[in-house]
Design a protein around this ligand. Structure first.
Ligand code: C2E
Ligand code: MG
Ligand code: MG
Length: 252
């Protein structure tokens, strides 16, 4: 019903280049504007959509909407920004997933290289050969694949050499304590070094303080997102931010 009533909407969080502090992309995050309970976060309803078999439809809507909305902005503002879309493991395992991606790109007229799909490591633990094949297919189209919440999924590291991925996203849990000397610093620094050795881009999420940002910059992290720069915002607010065109030099 919520799909039919158009109660879902996407918010976008800017992804900021560490070197230039310019917005180089956005992550699309779904939210549900429920008539009864107000705004619901994805952690509450995505698992339900997965359980009741609606994640395919919901995920396809998200992918199509993100591609369309961001391509319209790219055109209007003549900006070369990327869009990252979170994909549920169940959605990725659908036989025709790569076709859905191709259709969304074509309908939106978004260049494949400007789309990244984000998946968590869970998909790799029990994904098997089919996952490898799906990754290959989307990467062949030119779409990026990013491992979200990297380091939290209990998976072996072997997949990093077997799978055609393009980005690692350092989980917020490792970013939280970066301001203080300790093990999280070691983990974050190691993820950045590992990613670079494998020629992957490394993005840190959940960056809330300048001290965290400074540490990540010092370690050579490529891009960051988090409340220090910008919360996830609606399309119109994103448009205003990008129109301003000044990036986030002030925040850092
Ligand atoms: P994620 O992909 O790791 O997204 C990051 C989450 O951290 C988002 O929460 C974002 O709003 C939040 N965040 C960003 N910066 C900060 C910060 O500086 N501080 C704090 N405290 N939080 C920050 P959100 O929107 O509640 O999304 C939660 C998770 O739900 C996402 O984690 C993602 O796994 C999933 N999700 C979101 N949208 C979709 C979607 O369209 N499809 C699917 N399958 N999953 C989605
Ligand atoms: Mg994500
Ligand atoms: Mg994450």
């Amino acid at each position: 019903r919520a799909l039919a009533e158009r109660e879902f909407r996407l918010r976008y969080q800017p992804i900021v280049d560490v070197a230039t502090l310019a917005v180089v992309g956005v992550e699309a995050l779904i939210a549900w504007e429920t008539p009864e309970r107000g705004l619901m976060r994805p952690a509450e309803f995505i698992p339900v959509a997965e359980q009741c078999g609606l994640i395919g439809e919901l995920g396809a809507w998200t992918l199509a909407t993100a591609c369309r909305e961001i391509q319209l902005l790219r055109r209007e503002l003549e900006l070369d920004i990327d869009v990252a879309v979170n994909i549920s493991p169940l959605q990725l395992r659908q036989a025709n997933f790569h076709e859905t991606v191709a259709q969304c790109l074509e309908a939106a007229d978004l260049p494949a290289a400007s789309l990244t799909i984000e998946v968590t490591e869970g998909i790799l633990v029990d994904g098997g050969e089919k996952t490898v094949e799906t990754f290959r297919r989307v990467r062949q189209m030119g779409v990026g694949v990013s491992i979200d919440d990297f380091g939290t999924g209990y998976s072996g590291l072997g997949y990093l050499t077997r799978l055609p991925i393009s980005k690692l996203k350092i989980d917020k849990s490792f970013v939280d304590d970066l301001a203080m000397p300790g093990h999280d610093r070691a983990v974050a620094a190691a993820i950045i070094a590992l990613g670079h050795q494998l020629h992957l881009q490394v993005v840190a999420e959940g960056v809330e303080s300048k001290a965290q940002f400074e540490f990540l910059r010092g370690e050579g992290c490529d891009a960051v997102q988090g409340y220090l720069f910008c919360q996830p915002v609606g399309l119109e607010a994103l448009r205003e931010i990008l129109l301003g065109g000044k990036g986030f030099a002030d925040a850092a």
